[in-house]
Design a protein around this ligand. Sequence first.
Ligand code: URA
Length: 439
Amino acid sequence: MANIHLSPYEIILKKRTGEKLSGREIDFMVRGFNGGIIPSYQFSAFLMAVFFRGMSENEVFSLTKSMMDSGEVMDLSKLGRVTVDKHSTGGVGDKVSIVLAPLAAAGGITVPMMCGRSLGHTGGTIDKLESIKGLNTNLSKKDFFGLLKKSNIAIISQTEKIAPADKKIYALRDVTATVDSIPLIAASIMSKKLAEGADTLLLDVKTGSGAFIKDAGNSEKLALLMVKIAKSMKRKCVAIITDMNQPLGYAVGNSLEIKECIETLKDRGPEDLKSICVEFAAYMFVMGGKTKNLQSGRMLALKLLKDGSALEKLCEMIQNQGGDPDVLKNTSLLPSSKYICRLNSPKRGYLKKLNTHEIGLTAVMIGAGRKDMSSKIDPGAGIILRKKIGDFTGKGETLATIHTSDKNILKHAKERLLRSFILSKTKPDRPKLIRKIIR
Ligand code: URA
């Protein structure tokens, strides 16, 4: 064995004392843990040392590469066209991919999307899509490539073969309080995205109370690091830092969000969701060489929403993947909940803040997410906000509705959700949706 003289103990100690690790040492740790040779207790200590000591850029590049190389690295160049993927660091009510992918594909961009399921307080694109009856996100690589060739779009779940080391490491981070580390998040996300093979990548880095990284300065550090990782591997990449101090749109929860996406693709969705999708599509059009500049990209995106082409593309995608396209005409075919309960405001005032992390956790509690790895999602469960930051509410006006099939949880969910709404006497500014562009 080539690495016989490397020792996990010495590598942990080196990191603990703040020394830099070589690519070989990092690769030894990742391979060893992934292959079952380095035990969890040693890898946990390594993660904690990284958490406190951080990593240099070169160390993060090595960590990303080792995690990426732990599984299959797809070669999308076989498609013979530019592919542009978009990835979000995760938020509450973040349904952008479901509107954006068909919008960009309708404009001629090939969009190979591999998405995840719900994670912590955030939802997952795959869980949302699975609320459409019959829709299959477990496609073979051959079918994935076939659909990209035929329709420019396919959204599938991450296969077991993509960055398996990340899966193992993430599960360990989840139980050792080492999730919210910038180098570990950057390497985790980028190892998967780079293994998925798109040559151009648009990153949506969320910041605020509903994001994994809540502080604007740290979100910027994360965005910069991810762009540098992509560039170190010769991929084009832009990161857009966007606000996550309130859910995007009004709906939180799987089928409720699908309904809101369909409305947005019919050009009658919420303004914030529409504008973020138009802006992101404009970047994808420029990065994929479809328009010369962002302004013509925005115009193209608006046209595709208005003339129904983006909605038609979603219809094609649903049909391609075995789903029922009738949901687009009749959204009452989507799963719904037994109970719908109003949350009324106990006083008058302006909505100043939303504890979006808590809203996400309340959504999980009422069935919209998984409480543990084995629990099943209730696709109809969720929350519809009636007020967003800056809106006025009178006493007794509805702040939100809770949708659930679990009657026993309602009282607790109402109390918890109410605590997430912070009112004030003066009108606050509405949060700026797009904070910064990192290239
Ligand atoms: N999403 C990921 O894939 N990894 C992280 O570490 C955080 C969010």
